[in-house]
Design a protein around this ligand. Structure first.
Ligand code: ADP
Ligand code: MG
Length: 614
C-alpha cells in the first residue's frame, strides 16, 4: 500500500499536460474563507509541515494567513505555484490513480488568487533567504522568513460583490474556518495547529506524537465528553483498516454535526460509509437520531477515486459493497461490546487466594494455545506476542493511518521510550481491596483491578473464540444449583451454544442444573452465578440463532464473573502481571461497561495537591 502521508521531499512544480487536466474534476474550489483555509492547510501538510498557524481577520474575509514550517517553495518555482494546473504532486495519469497527497489539481492557489489578493512568502529548505511573490504583479522580492511558507489572502471576493454577498457574518465564517482546521487536526495528530482571529488565539492543538497521539488528539478536538460517550474502534476488515471512535447510542445527537469520516487522511463526506455506520446502529437509535463518530478509514489508493469532486470532499470506492459491509461490521462489533454491559451479578463472596503463580490474568495453557503462535514460555505482556489474531492495536493503527512507515506493529506493548519503563509503571501496593497503585514516568497510576481484569478476560475470550469453541475443562465433581423452569429450558434449548462457551450444563433433577465442565479460561469464576447469568441472557435472546453480537455479550458476562473480585489480596508479582496484561490488551482503558480501568495522577497534580510550585 502506498504511504498516505504526503511525500514532503521536494519535487519540482510542473504544468500538467492538457489530457491530464481534462481528467481532473473541474469546478469551483473557493466558496468561502473556510474553503481557502482547507486548501492552504492541505498544501502545508503536503509540504510536511509540523506546525500550521492560521491567522484570520473579519472571519477570514478581510484577511487569511496560513503559515507553515514545511519544505518551502524554491524561488524559481514561485511563479509556477500560482499558475493553474501547475503542481509538484502528480505528473501522470498513473500518479492520479495512486495519489497520496492532499492536493494534486494544481489549482487552489490560482483559484484563490483569482478572487482575492494573494501573496506567498516562502523559503525552501536549502535557501539562504525567503522570497515573496505577489500574485497580481508577479514580481519576486527577497523577504525574511524561516524555512517554510506563508500564504496571505486578503479581501476575498473583493472584485465579485455578488459572491461576497453570499458570505455570512464574520462569526459564522470564522466557525466554518475553525471547523476546517478541526478536520485537519483530527486527521493529523502529529502536527500542531493554532488558529488566531483578530489577534486572539481561538484554538490550539499541540502536536501529539506520543504512543496514543491519535486518541489524545481526538480528545483535544472533540472533547472529553465525546471520548467518554464513545468506544474505540480498531479493525482490519475486507479492504479497509479502520480506526477511530464511535459514539454510544445514548449519546446520539439530533443533528449529524459530529460525524467525521476520513479516507486516507482526507476528510470526506460519503453517503455509503455514513449509511454503513448508521445501519450498525439499527435497532438502537430512533429514526432521526444521529450517531457521533470519528472514523479513520485506510484503503489502498487504487481502490478509491479521490478525483470525483472539485473540492475532493467526495470519494468513490471501487468496491462500494465491500466497503459498506466492512464498515458496518466493524462498527457493529464495537457497539455489540458496549451492549455487552450486563448488570453485575450479586456481590460475590471474597474468594480464596489462587495457588501461587496462578494470577488469574495469566492465560491458561488452553488459551495460550488457541492464540497466535505465542511461545508459551514468554510471560504475559511481553512486547509483541500477546496480540490476538488479526488485532491491530490502537497505536499501530494510528501509525498506519498516519503513514508512519516502519512503526513496529504493537508499539503500545513496548516500553515507553528508551528508558526501562512500562507505560503503566511498577506496582507499589493495593488499597481499598479494589485498587492497585503503581508508579510510572508521569507519577501515580491507579488501577481498578476488577474493571481491568474484566477487560483482559473479555478480550482473551474473544480471541480464543475467534479460533473456535472455548476450550473447556471437565469437572471431577459437577457443580449443581437450583434453577428455575426457564433456566432449565434455556439450558436444554441452547445446549450447543453453551458447549461452544465451554459450559456443559445438564438437568440433574427437577429444578436442578449441573455444570459438568467449565471454560478452561475461567478457573476462578463462580460457576453457578456465571451459568445463571449466561442462561438469563440466552433466555432473553430466545431460541434465535446466536449471532456474533450475542456471543460477545455472553463472553462479556462470563468475563464479569471471572474477573478478580474486590478484597482479593494480590502479591506485588500479581499486580505487576495485571499491569503488563493490561498493556498487552486491546481496549484495556475501559472495562466492558465503559468505565475507566485506570487513571493517571501526575506529579504535577500531586504538586498542586500539596501547593508546591514547580
Ligand atoms: P496542488 O496542491 O493541487 O498541487 P496548489 O495550487 O494548491 O495545487 O499548489 C501548487 C503548488 O505549489 C503545489 O503543488 C506545491 O508544489 C506548491 N505549494 C503550495 N503551497 C505550498 C506550501 N505551503 N509549501 C510548499 N509548497 C507549496
Ligand atoms: Mg493544494
Amino acid at each position: 500500500m502506498n504511504a498516505v502521508i504526503p511525500a514532503s521531499a521536494h519535487r519540482p512544480i510542473r504544468e500538467l499536460p492538457d489530457e491530464l487536466v481534462s481528467q481532473i474534476a473541474a469546478g469551483e474550489v473557493v466558496e468561502r474563507p473556510a474553503s481557502v483555509v482547507r486548501e492552504l492547510v492541505d498544501n502545508a501538510l503536503d509540504a510536511g509541515a509540523k506546525q500550521v498557524t492560521v491567522r484570520l481577520a473579519g472571519g477570514g474575509v478581510r484577511s487569511l494567513v496560513v503559515e507553515d514550517d514545511g519544505i518551502g517553495i524554491p524561488t524559481g518555482e514561485l511563479p509556477l505555484a500560482l499558475r493553474r494546473h501547475a503542481t509538484s504532486k502528480i505528473a501522470s495519469l498513473a500518479d492520479l490513480e495512486s495519489v497520496a497527497t492532499m492536493g494534486f489539481r494544481g489549482e487552489a492557489l490560482a483559484a484563490i488568487a483569482s478572487v482575492a489578493e494573494l501573496s506567498i512568502t516562502s523559503r525552501a529548505a536549502g535557501a539562504a533567504q525567503g522570497t515573496r511573490i505577489d500574485a497580481r504583479g508577479g514580481e519576486l522580492q527577497p523577504a525574511p522568513r524561516a524555512p517554510g511558507t506563508t500564504v496571505e489572502v486578503r479581501e476575498l471576493f473583493f472584485a465579485t460583490p455578488a459572491r461576497r454577498k453570499f458570505l455570512k457574518s464574520d462569526a459564522t465564517e470564522l466557525a466554518h474556518a475553525l471547523e476546517a482546521v478541526r478536520r485537519h487536526a483530527l486527521a493529523r495528530p502529529d502536527v500542531g495547529f493554532a488558529v488566531w482571529h483578530e489577534g486572539r488565539l481561538v484554538a490550539q492543538w499541540r502536536a501529539r506524537t506520543g504512543t496514543d497521539g491519535g486518541g489524545e488528539r481526538l480528545a483535544d478536538v472533540l472533547g472529553a465528553e465525546f471520548v467518554a460517550a464513545s468506544r474505540g474502534l480498531h479493525a482490519v476488515r475486507g479492504p479497509l483498516v479502520l480506526a477511530g471512535r464511535v459514539g454510544l447510542p445514548e449519546a446520539a445527537r439530533s443533528r449529524a454535526d459530529q460525524q467525521y469520516l476520513f479516507v486516507n487522511g482526507r476528510f470526506v463526506r460519503d453517503r455509503l460509509v455514513a449509511h454503513a455506520v448508521r445501519s450498525a446502529y439499527e435497532d438502537q437509535l430512533h429514526g432521526s437520531r444521529q450517531p457521533a463518530y470519528a472514523l479513520f478509514v485506510r484503503i489502498a489508493p487504487e481502490l478509491v477515486d479521490v478525483n470525483v469532486h472539485p473540492t475532493k470532499i467526495e470519494v468513490r470506492f471501487r468496491d462500494g459493497r465491500a466497503v459498506h459491509a466492512s464498515v458496518q461490521q466493524a462498527v457493529d462489533e464495537v457497539l455489540a461490546q458496549t451492549r455487552a454491559a450486563a448488570p453485575p451479578g450479586p456481590a460475590a463472596p471474597i474468594q480464596e487466594p489462587s495457588p501461587p503463580g496462578a494470577a488469574p490474568w495469566q492465560p491458561s495453557l488452553a488459551l495460550a494455545e488457541a492464540r497466535e503462535p505465542a511461545p508459551p514460555w514468554l510471560p504475559v505482556g511481553r512486547p509483541g506476542v500477546e496480540l490476538p489474531a488479526g488485532g491491530a492495536t490502537g497505536l499501530a493503527t494510528w501509525a498506519l493511518l498516519r503513514g508512519a512507515a516502519g512503526a513496529p506493529a504493537g508499539l503500545p506493548l513496548q516500553r515507553d521510550g528508551a528508558a526501562d519503563e512500562w507505560p503503566l509503571g511498577r506496582a507499589l501496593a493495593q488499597i481499598g481491596g479494589a485498587y492497585v497503585l503503581a508508579e510510572n514516568r508521569h507519577g501515580l497510576v491507579v488501577v481498578d483491578m476488577h474493571a481491568a481484569h474484566e477487560r483482559i478476560v473479555y478480550e482473551r475470550l474473544k480471541a480464543a473464540q475467534a479460533v473456535g469453541a472455548l476450550p473447556s475443562q471437565p469437572l471431577l465433581v459437577p457443580v449443581a444449583f437450583a434453577a428455575t423452569a426457564a433456566e432449565v429450558a434455556a439450558a436444554e434449548a441452547e445446549r450447543e451454544v453453551l458447549l461452544a462457551l465451554g459450559l456443559d450444563v445438564a438437568p440433574l433433577a427437577e429444578a436442578t442444573l449441573a455444570v459438568r465442565s467449565r471454560p478452561a479460561a475461567l478457573p476462578e469464576a463462580d460457576l453457578a452465578d456465571l451459568t445463571r447469568s449466561v442462561l438469563a441472557e440466552l433466555a432473553t435472546v430466545g431460541s434465535s440463532r446466536v449471532v456474533q453480537r450475542t456471543r460477545d455479550e455472553l463472553l462479556a458476562t462470563m468475563a464479569c464473573h471471572a474477573a478478580v473480585r474486590a478484597n482479593r489480596r494480590l502479591t506485588v508479582e500479581e499486580m505487576n502481571a495485571l499491569l503488563r496484561a493490561m498493556e498487552a490488551t486491546e481496549r484495556a482503558d475501559q472495562c466492558n461497561h465503559g468505565r475507566p480501568t485506570w487513571r493517571q495522577v501526575t506529579i504535577k497534580e500531586l504538586d498542586a495537591l500539596f501547593l508546591r510550585g514547580r
